[in-house]
Design a protein around this ligand. Structure first.
Ligand code: HEC
Length: 272
């Protein structure tokens, strides 16, 4: 019985598969997916920029991370929170204790306090143990918290860099082909954004918008790279450790494989 039913069931599934494939193909020929502005004009993140942490031996460049933090602090923190990061974490970027304390103390938004006895809300200067205070944004759109953004978007740092440097005017070709797709008021055309029109005005627009203390020239391109690198660190501060551990594990496995091979040779040495 099984010998008859087995192949029959198999044939049934094979036929079902072929059938649904055929139906799909016929549908696609009769009514192909409509082309859309996003399909034609959306661009993948630029891959031609190199970051120091790319690749299996990648490492963070602390000076770049510090510059990126400065860009976040002076530009992005007007709209975006970074709630997963406490001031004391900045020690990872090479700041000493006094510098971390000073950054916390001088941060524009103060820490909120609450007196449980009187019920009064108040404010105090931030301490190194405080997280970077949340930002409340009153403009159009919802600026997402940036702590994990490089993990949340395909392309990570490359995406953030591309988005920041990707603002441009809407191509005439797009408007000609899709007259209904003009960028609405209050939004900005950016081919790297998922739906082409983003609520964030270009945040980095002029060279020298921040003044780097290490003498690096703050071009728009440089600032975009630096802040993208910084946001990679916020999302994965242990990236270097992960890569190093990976190599150690591979080394261990290679050695264990060699040992296993040698012991196999010893054990079977007398048998031919
Ligand atoms: C004037 C406010 C403002 C400033 C300054 C600003 N942003 Fe934004 N940002 C926004 C808003 C609003 C959105 C949401 C856009 C949307 O969903 O259309 C956003 C979205 C984003 C996104 C997410 C895009 C996505 O794929 O969803 C990233 C990444 C980002 N901003 C990075 C930055 C960086 C880095 C800086 C600093 C260099 C910065 N922003 C400065 C307002 C701002």
């Amino acid at each position: 019985m099984v010998r008859i039913f087995g192949p029959l069931v198999g044939l049934f599934f094979a036929a079902a598969l072929l059938w649904s494939f055929g139906v799909g193909v016929v549908q696609q020929i009769r009514e192909p997916d409509p082309s859309t502005a996003v399909k034609d004009f959306h661009r993948d993140p630029k891959e031609d920029v190199a970051f120091s942490f790319d690749g299996p031996f990648g490492k963070f460049d602390n000076r770049q991370l510090q510059r990126g933090f400065q860009v976040y602090k002076e530009v992005c923190s007007n709209c975006h929170s970074l709630k997963q990061i406490a001031f004391r974490n900045l020690a990872d970027l090479g700041y000493n204790e006094a510098e971390v304390k000073a950054v916390a103390k001088q941060w524009g938004t103060k820490a909120k306090t609450f007196d449980a006895k009187t019920g009064e809300a108040g404010e105090r200067a931030n301490l190194p143990s405080d997280h970077i205070p949340a930002v409340y944004y009153a403009g159009t759109g919802n600026p997402p918290d940036l702590s994990l953004i490089t993990k949340a978007r395909h392309g990570g740092a490359h995406y953030v860099y591309s988005l920041l440097t990707g603002y441009t005017t809407q191509p005439a070709k797009l408007l000609k082909r899709y007259p209904d797709s003009a960028t609405p008021d209050g939004l900005y055309y950016n081919p790297y954004f998922s739906n082409l029109n983003i609520a964030m005005p270009a945040p980095l627009t002029t060279d020298g918008q921040v003044t780097y203390s290490d003498g690096t020239k703050a071009t728009v391109d440089q600032m975009a790279r630096d802040v993208a690198a910084f946001l990679t660190w916020t999302a994965e501060p242990k990236l270097e450790k992960r890569k190093q551990t990976g190599w150690a594990v591979l080394g261990f496995l290679a050695a264990a494989t060699a040992l296993a091979y040698l012991s196999k040779r010893t054990i079977w040495a007398n048998l031919h």
